[in-house]
Design a protein around this ligand. Structure first.
Ligand code: F6R
Length: 605
């Protein structure tokens, strides 16, 4: 949450800094700001709202200066306002910060007691004061960063400029993502590679406790013990460098359309073309008595769905936990458990803490993450990359189906390792299921216009109910989450069989009930539940396949989703639900990529 960028080069940087944070808007868009050093002074511009508001300001009143920092904010301490927008400038320093300083109250009292005054309610301004004081006493920005870091509790990535040096940027991080990059005559820092991808060929990912001094063409990194270190460099990925939405109306829609390509990429990476073997690091899980899967939000729903696969295909008992609950319980953990953590960002504070909890008791965790240099990828014992490329839409789409694909392949490989399925059955699953999945998504996307027609009617509804049975139950929850987060329609996903245990009371004349009902062994039961709702006035919309459509149309509106093998169905239905949410949000006039109050990487608890 919050995105930071810093740049130094041979020409004014303000405009490029704004472009950089524009690429980080998925991390927050409550307010934005930029500051540069010029002629011994720190100058800044700040604006409430998305980065485009700052862009207009900077275009109208340009900022000079060849070194600067910028920030896009997701408010934690203090409302979105210009005073609370970063950069915070105190005395000789300008600071941008991503993360939370947990002991900011105590530090603020200490600073007030020595006569310091505050302009904002942010925890960041406290850091700026401390850095200003430390710099005043030691005169060295790197030392000041070290001194101040030791006083801070919580997680942070900080970028700093100092008025006395127009040729340097400084940065440090603890449990917050930060990358740096150098090019001839220039240097950059950012929350992630995508912000600076247009300017650089390669990046270095800083580690917890690192501090960096950036000068034109040169970066010095010191680790926590003050030793000069060289962090590994990696090339900028194609998806990080991609500029925009292309022909699509939103990043979310672009990412929905990217799903077939991502799934093909995963197939090529996970399945050995020559031997047909699935190559994923799941061997250590095979002899466990139980799997614990944990995540937040959409990634949690991917885990709930995968439970059906781990139990059915691999015969492994499975429990699924919200990471924010797992980490604060005293969970019964033993070496008989295998733990899997699922996250797009690899940064989500609760999932990371749950992973650390598991590793701290000597268990080895598997992280299924999209951002491969994230904290979770670094700290887990085993990692599966979901290969979805940078996901910019706040509502997760391609990362979700990529998580499902990684989990399905893991379940198949575990089934083989545990002797539940023979090699020839694995081959059939690869050929008859995995290979059909990208096409299933393509065919579902082709139903977009019909889904749009339905979704437009949803946009004005006060509430919507999603139902499903079996793997379609977690999908119902995911469909409801998507609709809530971008269309702002109050939606809930229920197990179809649970409707009569309470939720039926919500049904009024015309209440939309969206049923995920492929024609499988549970189809008739799901339909009976929809019928019970329809008898009380609900307006059903049934997503089913060619075999189910005849029956479904007798109950209400229905749509044929491509007929694919059962294990491939969730990919098709998930795509349909994403399209429904997108079209409903667009019909409501909402900004699909910037849903209110949300941000993508949830690095706070
Ligand atoms: C919903 C969504 C969120 C995330 C959740 C976890 O569309 O994107 O619910 O799934 O914040 O994030 P990650 O997967 O990065 O741990």
């Amino acid at each position: 949450m919050c995105g930071i960028v810093g740049m130094i080069n041979g020409h004014p940087v303000a405009s490029d800094l704004v472009s950089g944070i524009q690429r980080l808007e998925y991390r927050g868009y409550d307010s934005a700001g930029v500051a540069t050093v010029d002629g011994g002074q720190i100058r800044r511009r700040r604006a409430v709202g998305p980065v485009s508001a700052l862009r207009s300001l900077v275009d109208q009143v340009p900022l000079p200066g060849h070194a600067g920092i910028a920030h896009t904010r997701w408010a934690t301490h203090g409302a979105p306002s210009e005073a609370n927008a970063h950069p915070h400038v105190v005395g000789a320093v300008g600071v941008v910060h991503n993360g939370i300083i947990e002991n900011h109250d105590e530090l603020r009292d200490e600073l007030l007691a020595i006569g310091r005054t505050f302009e904002s309610q942010t925890d960041t301004e406290v850091v700026a004061h401390l850095l200003d004081l430390a710099l005043e006493s030691c005169g060295d920005p790197m030392m000041a960063l070290r001194e101040v870091s030791t006083r801070l509790e919580g997680s942070f990535a900080i970028g700093m400029i100092v008025s006395s040096d127009p040729d340097a940027l400084y940065a440090t991080c603890r449990n917050g993502p930060l990358v740096v990059a150098q090019e001839p005559g220039a240097a950059y820092l950012a929350s992630d590679g995508s912000a600076i991808a247009p300017f650089v060929d390669a990046i270095q990912v800083l580690e917890c406790g690192d501090r960096a001094e950036l000068r034109r063409g040169h970066i010095r990194v010191l680790d926590e013990r003050d030793r000069e270190v060289e962090r590994p460099t990696r090339s900028v990925r194609e998806s990080e460098a991609e500029a925009g939405m292309g022909e699509f109306p939103s990043f979310m829609m672009k990412e929905i359309h990217e799903q077939p390509e991502v799934l093909e990429r995963q197939l090529a990476a996970y399945v050995d073309g020559a031997t047909g073997a699935i190559r994923l690091p799941v061997e250590t899980l095979a002899d466990k008595d139980q799997l614990i899967l944990s995540a937040c939000g959409t990634s949690y729903y991917a885990c709930l769905l995968a439970r059906y696969w781990f139990e059915e295909i691999a015969g492994m008992p499975c429990r699924v936990d919200l990471a924010s609950e797992l980490r604060y319980r005293n969970p019964a953990l033993s070496d008989r458990h295998g733990a899997i953590f699922v996250s797009q960002s690899g940064e989500t504070a609760d999932t990371l803490a749950a992973l650390r909890l598991v590793e701290s008791v000597g268990m080895r965790s598997l992280a299924i993450v999209n951002v491969e240099e994230s904290a979770m990828a670094r700290e887990a014992s085993f990692v599966i990359g979901t290969l979805a490329g940078t996901e910019r839409g706040v509502a997760s789409t391609k990362a979700f189906t990529a998580q499902l694909f990684a989990l399905l392949c893991s379940a198949i490989e575990l089934g083989r390792l545990r002797g539940r399925i023979a090699d020839d059955e694995v081959q059939s699953l690869i050929n008859e299921v995995l290979h059909t999945i990208p096409q299933a998504v393509i065919l579902t996307i082709a139903c977009s216009a019909r889904l749009q027609a339905y979704a437009e009617s949803l946009a004005s509804q006060p509430r919507a109910i999603f139902v499903g049975r079996g793997p379609s139950f977690p999908l119902a929850m995911e469909g409801a989450l998507k609709l809530k987060e971008i269309a702002y329609v109050h939606a809930e996903g229920f197990a179809a069989g649970e409707l009569k245990h309470g939720p039926l009371a919500l049904i009024e004349e015309g209440t939309p009930v969206i049923a995920i009902a492929p024609h499988d062994a549970l189809f008739e039961k799901s339909l009976s539940n929809v019928q019970e709702a329809a008898a009380r006035g609900a307006a059903p919309f049934i997503l089913t396949d060619a075999d189910g459509i005849g029956r479904a149309l007798k109950l209400g509106d229905a749509l044929v989703i491509p007929q694919v093998p059962a294990l491939a169905q969730p990919f098709a239905y998930a795509t349909a639900l994403q399209l429904i949410a997108h079209h409903a949000a667009t019909a409501a006039g909402n900004d699909v990529d910037r849903p209110r109050n949300l941000a993508k990487s949830v690095t706070v608890e």
